[in-house]
Design a protein around this ligand. Structure first.
Ligand SMILES: Nc1ncnc2c1ncn2[C@@H]1O[C@H](COP(=O)(O)OP(=O)(O)OP(=O)(O)O)[C@@H](O)[C@H]1O
Ligand SMILES: [Mg+2]
Length: 256
């Protein structure tokens, strides 16, 4: 018998809110170092899956097996503490580590450099930083704890195109360097094609996984070495794929 190590495995997850089902029998597994993009129409339960995976929400059915040491989360909004400098925000997650303050601040400074934050920004408070700087700090705060699993929930949706690309690149670089696994929720299929080994498509109609797409095998390139043209063509092909039609239909609006 071979035992496959997984960083996290969700088995037969079912969930709902106020009696309304949201997820039905969703199973997925992440291998060490694997980046999985999770896409689906608005309201299909992507954030709910991520919260269940991160242990923030207890599923109504199914189970989660965890094989990682430490996880971190990057949300759509930076969620920095307004009364702390960028440096202290980045170091925040290290407070439980038992390391002295000085070491924590040194690590934060190094992480800030990794994500392209200039030294001069480190003493600023969030209100003095641009949106892009804040989101870089949020990524640095996540990486500072040396996670082996990172949850991203549409982290770059609110930033402009050029900045989005550089933030994607820094995640790609960090993942290569540090081999963390990631579950990356996104609305943006080009982002999924750039950043992920595999893409999981959730359906708002069936509440289940509709498709699993081996992005890496389709593009034949490692993450970080994928050209814009093949990515564009892949997303074009997806837009004609009936399995993915729900993604292009505009999502499901909330019922009144
Ligand atoms: N705490 C909650 N209480 C009640 N309903 C909730 C709660 N959280 C989520 N829902 C509902 O569950 C469904 C799935 O929500 P979820 O946030 O997981 O979707 P999503 O795929 O992340 O959507 P989006 O792309 O818009 O972020 C939605 O219908 C949402 O209204
Ligand atoms: Mg969401």
């Amino acid at each position: 018998m071979t035992i496959q190590r997984s960083v996290i495995t969700l088995e037969g997850i079912g969930h709902g809110f106020l009696g309304r089902p949201v997820l039905d029998d969703v199973s997925l597994t992440l291998a060490p170092g694997e980046i999985v993009a999770l896409v689906g129409p608005s309201g299909s339960g992507k954030t709910t899956i991520l919260q269940i995976a991160a242990g923030l929400v207890e599923p109504l059915s199914g189970r989660v097996r965890r094989g990682y040491r430490r996880h971190a989360v990057v949300f759509q909004e930076p969620r920095l503490l307004p009364w702390m400098s960028a440096r202290d925000n980045i170091a925040y997650g290290l407070r439980a580590s038992g390391e002295p303050r000085r070491t924590r601040r040194e690590k934060a400074t190094r992480r800030a450099r990794d994500v392209g934050l200039a030294a001069a920004v480190l003493d600023k408070f969030p209100a003095e930083m641009s949106g892009g700087m804040r989101q870089r700090a949020a990524v640095a705060r996540a990486l500072a704890v040396d996670p082996d699993l990172v949850f991203f929930d549409e982290p770059f949706t609110a930033v402009d195109v050029g900045l989005k690309r550089s933030l994607q690149d820094l995640v790609i670089e960090a993942a290569r360097r540090e081999h963390f696994a990631a579950l990356f929720v996104t609305h943006d299929l080009a982002e999924a094609a750039r950043i992920a080994h595999r893409m999981i498509v959730l359906s708002a109609e069936t509440l289940r996984i509709r498709a699993e797409i081996p992005v890496g095998a389709l593009l034949g390139r490692e993450i970080g070495e994928r050209g814009d043209r093949p990515i564009f063509e892949l997303v074009e092909a997806w837009s004609r794929d009936p399995l993915l039609a729900e993604l292009f239909a505009g999502g499901r609006e909330e019922e009144p």
